[in-house]
Design a protein around this ligand. Sequence first.
Ligand SMILES: [Zn+2]
Length: 408
Amino acid sequence: MKELQVLSYHHLLLRAKWVVPVDSPSILDGAVEIKEGKIVRVGKFSDLFKETSQAKLIDFGETIILPCLANLHTHLELTSFRFRIRPSGSFFGWVKQVIKLKEETSPVELKEGAKLGLSELWREGVGIIGEVTNSGLTLDLVCQTPLYGYIFREIIGFKGGVKLQPLEDYFSKNRIKTTYSAHAPYTVSPLLLQAIKAYTKKRNQIFAIHCGESKEEVEFLKTGEGAIKNLLKERGQWNESFCSPGLSPVKYLASLNLLDEKTLLVHLVQLEKEDLEVLKRHKPKVCVCPRSNLFTGVGLPNLPLLLEAGLEIGIGTDSLASNTSLSVWEELKTLYSAFPDIPPEIFIRMATLNGAKILGYENLGAICPGYLPNLLVIEVFDYLTDNPQEMLSSLLNAKKEVLYRFYG
Ligand SMILES: [Zn+2]
C-alpha cells in the first residue's frame, strides 16, 4: 500500500471508476479535488476536470475511492492473544481463558502485539479508532500514529473505590481524545459507573461500556446469581452491598441515568422488546462486534431491530482475544451475509460516517467539501460493474486491497 500525507500545498484531482462519498449517491467515473488540506469538490470526473486545470491529476483506473474506516472498538494490548484462545460456546469459558493468558503475558509482549495491531489497522484502511486499554500501554503508541479517535482508560471495579484522576494533563494531542470508560454493568459498581459517566459528561466526551454481551450478564442483573457472581467471588471482587436491580442491562443503565446520545453501548446482543423503547427514548450510540460475538458464542446482535429503532450504529472488531483479525471489512461481510436484506450502503455508512460521527468527528467519514482528505483507494478483485448497488455488494463481499491511502 502506498500512502500520502496531504499537506496544505498539495492540489490534487483524484479519479476512479467509482467514488463513494457515503453521504450522497456513489459516482460512476468520479473525482475528488483536494486543496489546502481539505476536500473542496467531489463529482463527475468530466465536470471537475474541465474546471480544475492547476491540480495534479492521479487516475486510479478501475478502483473505488471511499473515506477511511472507523473501528470503534479495539483492545490493542490483547493483539498478541491471536490464535492463543479457542473460540467458545460458553462466554465464561472464554472469559476464564482471557484472564489466565493476561496473567501469563508480560507488558513487553503486550506492547509489541499492540504495535502489530496498529499496523494491521492502518493497512486495512482504518483512520478512526475507539481503543480501550486497561494498562495504559497503548496510549503513546496510538498518539504517535496519524489515527483519529479515542483512547478509553477502562475501569474495572465492582467494589468501587477508584479515584478518577484527570487524564488531560498526560495527553494533549488533539487528534486523539483520552477519557475513562467502564468495562461492563457487572464489573463496575453502580456508583463508580455514575462517576465515570459524570467525568465524561463534564468534558463533553463519549461514555463507552460493554453492554448486553452475554446471557450470563442478563441473568446476573436480573437475579443477582449465576456464573458472574461466582467469578466475582472467586476473584475477591464481590460487593456485599450490591442488590440485583432485577432489570435487563439496558434498563439497568437507564435506571442509573447513564443512557444518552453521548453513551456508546458496545455489543448489545442481548436485547428484549422493552429495551427498544428505552433505547429509542435515550438514543445512545451502538457499536456492534459481530465476529467477536460469534467467537465467544453469544450470538449476533439483531441488526434489523437496532436499525428500526433509529439508532446510530458503528462497527468494532473487539480484541484479538475474540477475533482472528482487526478487519472492519470482515465484520461487514459477516453482517451482510447474516442480514442480506439490509442494503449494502447501510453497512458502508456504519463503517465510515457513523463511526466518525459517533466519536464526534464532524469532518471525517465522508467525501464532501470541507472534510479532511482521509481517503482510501480500493482495488476489488471482482468485475467492477456500472451498477451502484452491485458495486457496493462486491465491495462488501469480494477480496480487496487498499492500494493507496491519503490522510490529513
Ligand atoms: Zn471489548
